[in-house]
Design a protein around this ligand. Structure first.
Ligand code: FNR
Length: 226
């Protein structure tokens, strides 16, 4: 089962300053000059005060084969699972391949989801961003990833929807930063919304855990005085 609380416990603080959350980013493109990778970097840079991001390598994962799910699975699977397990949230940033999820990303999702009952994605808040030079912005892939997230039991951010179309190398300056304009405005909105989404999920869980602990304490107190 995945973590219920963030890496830094919220404790009983119901009102605290903005928290920083550990985020695993899975990029669906293995290409060095990937537009998706550049957008992922931009999201992290825009909200680096609240999102502590690490890009998790997926290109070296052996294709999922249940026969390899032994007490000694492939080391790349273990490395991947160990990197995703402790984070507070997962951000998928992916191209669309033939109107669907790139195989490398689907394989990573499958690897992280097993062994049964030990998924590293369970209950982790997530967001899905698809990026394409085309007009539709990877809508098909976006919703296929979303469909997997339903089964993975991940609360996924709904808005703003992130089908980023007409993205090209020209959208970025020579240092890889987004140029001013509508795309940068949308990515900025996304970065803030994702932080707030992860924050809301973890803060709500902390409050529920506090309330449950209070009730347990009260019940124990009543029993002691009975
Ligand atoms: C594509 N591309 C693409 N684009 C799209 O909008 N819808 C699609 O279905 C596809 N299909 C597709 C299949 C394959 C095999 C490739 C290689 C490419 C184009 C794709 O969006 C473009 O190459 C992006 O630049 C890929 O993302 P990265 O690598 O720049 O992050």
């Amino acid at each position: 089962m995945g973590n219920l609380l963030p890496h830094r416990s919220l404790g009983s603080q119901r009102k605290v300053d903005s928290m920083t959350y550990k985020i695993a980013i899975l990029v669906g493109s293995l290409r060095e000059g990937s537009l998706n990778r550049k957008i992922a970097r931009s999201i992290c840079a825009i909200r680096n005060d609240g999102l502590d991001c690490s890009m998790v390598e997926i290109g070296d994962l052996p294709l999922y084969n249940q026969d390899l799910e032994t007490s000694n699975p492939p080391v790349q699977w273990t490395r991947f699972r160990d990197q995703v397990q402790p984070v507070d949230g997962v951000l998928f940033v992916s191209p669309e391949y033939n109107r669907g999820i790139p195989g490398a990303l689907k394989n990573a999702i499958d690897v992280g989801s097993r062994p049964y009952g030990q998924s590293v994605f369970d209950k982790k808040p997530g967001a899905i961003v698809t990026v394409s030079p085309g007009a539709i912005g990877g809508f098909g892939a976006n919703h296929q990833i979303r469909q997997a997230c339903v089964f993975l039991n991940m609360p996924v951010m709904q808005q703003p929807e992130a089908y980023l179309g007409h993205v090209s190398d020209d959208s970025f300056d020579r240092d890889g930063n987004l140029k001013d304009g509508g795309l940068k405005d949308l990515v900025t909105k996304l970065a803030h919304a994702f932080h707030d989404w992860v924050d809301m999920i973890h803060r709500s869980r902390a409050i529920l855990a506090d309330d449950a602990a209070d009730k347990t304490g009260q019940a124990a107190g009543q029993r002691a005085h009975a």
